[in-house]
Ligand binder design. Structure first.
Ligand code: NAP
Length: 451
């Protein structure tokens, strides 16, 4: 069988690995990416100071080294090649395009200067080519990060780390420079529900207590009135509560920057100053309300306060982008699917030989490693559905590359990427970092053209 995987992030690579390791199938895998660089979220999303998480790329590189695997970077589905064309050249297609859009608060003032979605801020500090020119103004002293997930925690931590802490990471050079000159002294992480409903994971929460020059602060009343306070019945949530209690009991160092953790507040308006920049965030106090289905919702009390901040970073979750020709579920904001088989969003009828893995399938849930089993599960469907398929004659395997080259595209192979990788590693060594990323697609292609 010949399979096209669209997207080279973790879910795509885990699907490739599962396909290529099958003892009951002979599979050629072509993995496409719109960027010349592989690894998706690991390169563009995982925080730069989380170097250990990034070591998973060694596993992906092993998959890429298999003789029947090819990487076709710098090729965008829907622009450079159509779904129809892929259907002609492959027996099956797997969409592993992740979540590149962000969810919006939907409140007045959300679009003003210095109110920046986490997708942009994260992409900027990670050197994602789409966001390298984002306007991130760190001349402000106070920042609000909205959301109680790990992305909020990442954003707050990166804002509060010292240059010495950041230098040895693979943070983009432009972000390191801007953060060196940052005036930010206080960050507020704002949860709309209580501490036990927060979705950050204990390891990430704990890290907030270990920053070189910043301390977590929890005001005395903040943890009061939580239902099920002693034990939630969930081990991770209990660990979170324990960590939060320890933060609350701790006296922050006098000169440390402050990371305030606030709960039970929902932003209602981003307030602008005369120049149109963020001057504050109006917050409504919430109370918790148990629903009949057992979940706990935040309900506004009508009590409003204004938090004076110069920047707002909503980190309230991601969503899949629409891709021309690929069925989209408007409600769930993922590629329409039933258990990883792509379906027509209206009739729910299966679209044969098309599959989806990772966040494009489930929405933004689960840590990277958890998608290994999920991708293998979808590959199980592919093998079950594909028994007869391999008899369908396809054009020569190189015909797709010829087609793309005829269109003037510079297709980037995995060996090309390895050359870029070498350049980045050498550049990074100058500041004692694992790499200094090339953040501009044109510059990447220029490096390759010189070799
Ligand atoms: P997330 O865990 O779903 O958190 C989103 C947060 O936004 C929740 O606290 C949610 O509150 C809140 N929220 C949603 N809509 C809101 C609104 N209108 N107003 C106020 N708050 C709102 O998502 P994420 O942080 O984007 O993370 C995505 C996934 O990546 C997660 O699985 C996460 O664990 C993973 N991740 C892992 C790491 C790591 O280091 N291990 C780092 C980054 C991300 P409610 O709960 O009330 O809806």
């Amino acid at each position: 069988m010949r399979v096209a995987i669209i997207g080279s992030g973790p879910a795509g690579f885990y699907a490739a690995e599962a396909l290529l390791k099958r003892a009951d199938a002979v599979v050629d895998v072509d993995m496409f990416d719109r960027l010349p660089t592989p690894y998706g979220l690991v390169r563009g999303g995982v925080a730069p100071d989380h170097l250990k998480i990034k070591t998973v790329i060694r596993v992906f590189a092993t998959t890429a080294a298999r003789p029947t695997f090819r990487f076709l970077g710098n090729v965008r589905l829907g622009r450079d090649v159509t779904v129809e064309e892929l259907r002609r050249h492959y027996h099956q297609i797997v969409y592993a395009t992740g979540n590149e859009a962000d969810r919006r608060l939907g409140i007045p003032g959300e679009g003003i200067a210095r109110c920046t979605p986490a997708t942009v801020f994260v992409g900027w500090y990670n050197g994602h080519p789409d966001y390298r020119l984002a306007q991130i103004d760190l001349s402000v002293r106070r920042v609000a990060v909205v959301g109680n997930g790990n992305v909020a925690v990442d954003a707050a931590r990166i804002l509060l780390r010292t240059s010495a802490e950041l230098e040895k990471t693979d943070i983009a050079a432009h972000a390191l420079e801007a953060l060196r000159n940052s005036q930010v002294r206080e960050v507020f992480i704002l949860g709309r529900r209580g501490p036990e409903q927060a979705s950050f994971t204990p390891a990430e929460l704990k890290e907030l207590g270990k920053m070189e020059a910043a301390d977590p602060v929890i005001a005395p009343g903040e943890l009061a009135g939580c239902v099920g306070w002693e034990s939630t019945g969930n081990a991770d949530k209990d660990k979170n509560l324990k960590i939060l209690r320890s933060f609350a009991a701790q006296q922050p160092r006098a000169k440390a920057k402050k990371l305030h953790l606030r709960f039970l507040v929902s932003p209602t308006e981003v307030i602008a100053d005369a120049a149109g920049n963020v001057a504050g965030l109006a917050l409504e106090k919430n109370r918790l309300e148990a629903r009949p289905d057992g979940t706990v919702a935040a309900r506004g009390t009508g009590e409003i306060e204004v938090l004076e901040v110069g920047m707002v970073l909503p980190a309230i979750g991601y969503a899949a982008e629409r891709i021309a020709g690929v069925p989209y579920d408007e409600k769930a904001r993922v590629i329409a699917n039933e258990d990883g088989r792509v379906v027509d969003p209206a009739s729910r009828a299966v679209i044969a030989n098309e599959y989806v893995v990772g966040w494009a399938r489930t929405g933004p849930q689960g840590l990277i490693g958890e998608h290994k089993r999920a991708s293998a599960h979808v590959v199980g469907h592919m093998i079950a559905d594909g028994a007869e398929l391999a008899t369908r004659a396809l054009p020569d395997r190189d015909a797709i590359v010829s087609l793309l080259r005829e269109r003037g595209l510079q297709v980037v192979s995995f060996n090309d990427w390895k050359q870029l990788d070498d350049v980045e590693v050498v550049r990074g060594a100058r500041r004692g970092a694992p790499r200094d990323k090339i953040v501009d697609v044109e510059a990447m292609l220029a490096v390759l053209a010189q070799r």
